[in-house]
Design a protein around this ligand. Structure first.
Ligand code: T6T
Length: 356
């Protein structure tokens, strides 16, 4: 996704929220950084339609296809979706690939089409490669909502729900810049190009760094969602760029790898780390001061909203469903990392939590 597209999406979702009369939402501050108003999600659903559970609802099966099944971000999303499905009396299914890649996700999506679910919630692992398979669901009359990641061509989707990824990237840059007294080089450890969320985070980060005349970007690396690769890339960058003052891991595996490499290179407090997502490995690095800031998302809210919107579409209330929903980020720092107002947003990382 281009920077422009990402910006436009955020803007349009914000406008939508305003149109709905949504209240401004302040996220937790970090290191003197405060984010502005962003679009609320489920709380803003205007009509209360979703609380009506009818017998007919039981015939609905909503399929949730995550980016990959082992990632705590998506496990937490499933929990939110499952709770909402229970409330509405619909069936939720959950199946996906075991790596974050179209190669792993496509066979799952293709075989799911034959099952003809009532609606599809999907986190596309590539913003172009998943368009044709998704189009097949739409052509079969199955509504599709993207959750977390989305397509470059969002026009074909019934709705999309994501976090404010561009803003999360800006915040990561702002935090590092402040800690480094607005001087020095920074690097990005991203997943793969072609992922709408992490591309937008990178775009936000780079745009923000550009605002600081004494700062520059030394490198952008892609770790293919592997913390081991992110760690070795970070180690190499530390050796190669003596002026490096900060690194941004754009998702939980990048943040984990970057943090672990900075700790083992003895650079804690010298090279600042901004990351994304809160599961045990990243939280531990945050609490020990290696990671300085984590942008935390609300995947359970995304999952719940997805089910709710699918239900509204299936019950003839499509006009109540916003085309674009931006879920607010939560900002965790080493200083607030034990605060219950923050810890309540940490992700569920165990599949055992899926029972019940
Ligand atoms: O950061 C999340 C998600 O938002 C992103 O699209 C892919 O990576 C995660 O699942 C974390 O691993």
């Amino acid at each position: 996704m281009s920077r422009k597209t990402s910006r436009r999406q955020c803007g349009s979702a914000r406008r939508k929220a305003r149109a709905l009369g949504a209240t401004a939402f302040m996220v937790a501050g970090t290191a003197g950084v405060t984010l502005g108003a962003v679009t609320p999600s489920s709380a803003a659903t205007p009509n209360g339609l979703v609380s009506r559970v009818s017998k007919a609802a039981h015939k609905f099966t909503i399929a949730l296809v995550p980016g990959l099944t082992t990632d705590p971000f998506y496990i937490t999303m499933e929990r939110g979706a499952a709770a909402e499905a229970k409330k509405l009396g619909v069936t939720l299914t959950w199946q996906g690939g075991t790596t974050f890649s179209p190669e792993s996700q496509l066979p799952v999506v293709n075989s799911l089409l034959a099952e003809h679910p009532s609606a599809l919630l999907i986190a596309p692992t590539d913003d172009v490669a998943l368009k044709a398979p998704i189009q097949k669901f739409l052509s079969a009359g199955i509504p599709v909502i993207s959750v977390d990641t989305t397509l470059t061509d969002t026009s074909i989707l019934d709705a999309r729900i994501t976090s404010d990824n561009f803003q999360g990237g800006e915040l990561a840059a702002e935090t590092i810049a402040k800690l480094a007294h607005y001087t020095g080089q920074v690097a990005v450890d991203n997943v793969n190009p072609g992922i709408s969320t992490t591309d937008a985070r990178q775009a936000g980060f780079l745009a923000q760094i550009k605002k600081y005349p004494k700062m520059s970007v030394a490198a952008v690396e892609y770790n293919t969602d592997s913390p081991t690769l992110a760690a070795s890339q970070t180690k190499d960058m530390v050796l190669k760029f003596p002026k490096l003052v900060g690194i941004f891991g754009t998702n939980l595996y990048g943040a984990q790898g970057a943090g672990e490499a900075i700790a083992s290179a003895g650079k804690k407090g010298k090279i600042f780390v901004a990351g994304y997502d809160a599961e045990p490995a990243t939280v531990k690095l945050l609490q020990s001061g290696v990671i300085n800031v984590l942008v935390i998302q609300q995947p359970a809210v995304e999952g719940a909203d997805g089910v709710k919107y699918a239900y509204d579409i299936l019950t003839g209330h499509k006009s109540a469903v916003p085309k674009a929903t931006l879920v607010p980020n939560i900002v965790a720092t080493t200083a607030n990392s034990h605060n219950p107002n923050i810890t309540k947003y940490y992700y569920q990382s165990s599949l055992a939590a899926l029972a019940g």
